[in-house]
Design a protein around this ligand. Structure first.
Ligand code: MG
Length: 237
């Protein structure tokens, strides 16, 4: 008799975004972008920078320039604006680890789930702090940053690289994301994608991006993560 091919989902690796997941850094990013772009006379809101999270510098700036002027920003101006955004971000002061994130990481490590950082950011200020704030969780080579990728989110590229580093397939991992473009990237990589709504985005936007489940905070996720790992480990595809 021909055997049916059945595979089981399991949670061997967690591919984890940084801004808005491990650090409560998105209010600073959104404010820094707003303080950079609004003085140019370009109409924008802090909320839309939460929606654009994960997008590259070029894509973010060109989207705003096209809306206001109907053309892209010159590369030199784009670089100057980004330098100003980074300066504004630093001036806003220290960013704190996201409440509940430490508990999520502890539970994952307790269940022998390999934790991997997958961020579009290259911002040294936070990357350098990871070992102090989340000891043992994101050792090299288990870090994908803006330096490693060509396309960035919403392309599946960063999450596909994360799977490769962890040596697992898509149905053996989960993605933990907070932004619509990041959720799209996780879903496009074929990975079960958990969204945590740590900013002002309506939860519907995260479901519309394809999130498999949405929690309203990392603390809320921490309360349910053990249960979720158990469900995933017993799910047959
Ligand atoms: Mg994020």
């Amino acid at each position: 008799m021909k055997r049916l091919s059945v595979s089981t989902m399991c949670c061997k690796a967690a591919l984890i975004d940084m801004d808005g997941v491990l650090y409560d850094s998105m209010p600073h990013h959104a404010e820094a972008w707003y303080r950079t772009i609004a003085p140019l006379g370009i109409e924008c809101s802090r909320e839309e920078f939460f929606m654009l999270e994960g997008s590259t510098r070029t894509r973010t700036i060109n989207l705003l320039f096209n809306r206001a002027y109907g053309h892209d920003a010159a590369e030199e101006l784009s670089l100057q604006l980004y330098a100003e955004k980074v300066r504004q971000f630093r001036a806003l002061g220290e960013v704190l680890p996201m409440q509940g994130a430490g508990r999520v990481i502890d539970v994952l490590l307790l269940h022998n789930v390999r934790t991997i950082l997958v961020t579009g950011s290259s911002q040294g200020t936070l990357l350098e702090r990871l070992d102090d704030d989340y000891p043992g969780a994101f050792n090299e080579p288990f870090r994908i940053t803006g330096e490693d990728v060509t396309h960035g989110k919403p392309s599946p590229e960063p999450y596909l690289m994360g799977l490769k580093r962890a040596k697992v397939s898509a149905h053996e991992a989960i993605v933990i994301e907070n932004a619509p473009l990041g959720v799209e990237a996780g879903v496009a990589a074929g990975v079960f994608t958990v969204a945590v709504n740590t900013g002002p985005i309506p939860p519907q936007a995260l479901y519309e991006s394809g999130a498999d489940i949405v929690f309203d905070s990392m603390t809320h996720f921490a309360e349910h993560i053990t249960e979720l790992i158990d469900i995933i480990n017993t799910t047959t595809l």
